[in-house]
Ligand binder design. Structure first.
Ligand SMILES: NC(=O)C1=CN([C@@H]2O[C@H](COP(=O)(O)OP(=O)(O)OC[C@H]3O[C@@H](n4cnc5c(N)ncnc54)[C@H](O)[C@@H]3O)[C@@H](O)[C@H]2O)C=CC1
Ligand SMILES: CC(=O)C(=O)O
Length: 378
């Protein structure tokens, strides 16, 4: 039996929660206990009674949830005020984005937490625990961009769809994975003129097969990026190198060529972002800032603004992994699952994800080596 704790999210305007009542039923049926911080689900439309009916236990404060649980499931990375709850052997299962969070990586190492990052769990070169949130954020990027392009929101005052007799707006998407594809779907739906840039020729072929002549595909290189940025009314950053810091593909000089009142939505900001002029993460309270006449949006928890949809989409994919860890115990679950193994970013004081270690300029230690004593004991 494992005790699984669900603290309330404390990041700005983060209304998602790491479990639904349906998830509680699944874990309870397998014999585990689920501790849920009071009101943790309210933002996603789940009240305390929903969790109690599902078999969960409502706990009055965060410290009890953290201290009494074997595994903590969260949505966003712990904030500094939560580092004090870390302890040796605690399993933390959440989004972490450690390449952009060195202080968090240091705290996890120092305290000996085993931290499994949703965003690096990989299956056949896909990222199943990132995909649903990328679907949400990709779709949101166009909805938000459309809003910020309106004059009263500081934009140039255009409709991406145009109207009969007036040009459509131009959307340039850099990165044609899940975020990029979902952004393209929405932008095409609105009738915008859409370009997608990716570095993978195979991916560009797939996009061409999916969207045909509804989009323009371009190979990623500085020349094509500069052109697409200069032409864009709405630019979407959607690049990912799993685990690693995002490359700064859009330079300051490129941003200066954009029309005043154009909009950049850098979805990749959670991995540091791809736009040189974005030097800070923004929040849902104050999502945009202006630089060189261009509105920059850099919220790192975009799906937090669509919590009901996002919580259900996220927990659909996380609960089976949580169940595996709870049923088999951490070591057997990791040993038997390449997916979970790829998710472990920190264990026993070492960084166990190669891309994270490289970006943090830290030593990479394989998970087998980091947990050697424990593996041998089992
Ligand atoms: N801000 C937020 O709230 C959210 C952010 N994200 C982030 O969005 C980013 C994208 O995620 P996904 O679409 O799921 O990743 P993905 O792996 O599906 O797609 C990334 C794409 O980037 C391409 N790429 C890599 N290097 C490139 C380069 N130099 N030039 C052009 N393309 C390049 C890859 O070929 C791939 O097609 C990630 O950082 C993810 O964490 C996802 C959800 C929410
Ligand atoms: C992917 C991520 O960090 C989020 O959904 O907030």
């Amino acid at each position: 039996m494992m005790i699984i704790g669900i603290p309330k999210e404390i990041k700005n305007n983060e209304n998602r929660v790491a479990i639904t009542p349906a998830g509680v039923v699944t874990l309870k049926k397998a014999g585990h206990r689920v501790l849920i911080e009071k009101d943790a689900g309210i933002g996603s439309g789940f009240i305390n009674e929903d969790y109690i009916l599902a078999g969960g236990e409502i706990i009055a404060n965060a410290s009890e949830v953290w201290n009494d649980s074997d595994m903590i499931m969260k949505v966003k990375e712990p904030l500094a005020s939560e580092y004090g709850y870390f302890r040796r052997g605690l399993i933390l299962f959440t989004y972490l984005h450690l390449a952009a969070e060195p202080a968090l990586a240091a705290a996890l190492k120092e305290k000996g937490v085993v931290a499994i990052a949703y965003e690096t769990v990989s299956v056949n070169r896909t990222l199943p625990l990132l995909t649903p949130m990328s679907e949400v954020a990709g779709r949101m990027s166009i909805l938000l961009g459309t809003q910020f392009l309106l004059k009263n929101n500081g934009g140039q005052g255009i409709l991406l769809s145009g109207v009969p007799g007036v040009s459509r707006g131009k959307v340039s998407i850099i990165g044609g994975g899940v975020v990029g594809t979902n952004a393209a779907k929405m932008a095409i739906g609105l009738g915008a003129d859409v370009t997608i840039i990716d570095m993978s020729a195979d991916r560009l072929r797939q996009l061409d097969d999916i969207f045909g002549t509804q989009i323009q595909t371009l190979m990623s290189n500085p020349f094509n990026i500069a052109k697409a940025v200069a032409e864009a009314d709405l630019l979407v950053g959607a690049v990912l190198i799993p685990g690693a810091k995002a490359p700064k593909l859009v330079t300051e000089a490129m941003v200066k060529t954009m029309k005043p009142g154009s909009v950049i939505i850098d979805v990749a900001i959670d991995q540091g972002g791809i736009v040189e002029t974005i030097d800070k993460i923004t929040t849902h309270d104050h999502p945009v800032f202006e630089k060189y006449g261009v509105l920059h949006y850099s919220v790192a928890n975009m799906p937090g603004a669509a919590p009901r949809t996002s919580t259900m989409a996220l927990t659909n994919v996380t609960i089976p992994y949580a169940l595996q860890i709870a049923n088999e115990g951490l070591l057997r679950a990791i040993a038997g699952s390449d997916a979970l193994k790829s998710g472990v970013n920190v264990a026993n004081g070492s960084i166990t994800c190669e891309a994270v270690a490289k970006d943090l300029k830290e030593e990479y230690v394989s998970i087998e080596k980091a947990l050697k004593q424990e593996f041998l004991a089992n």
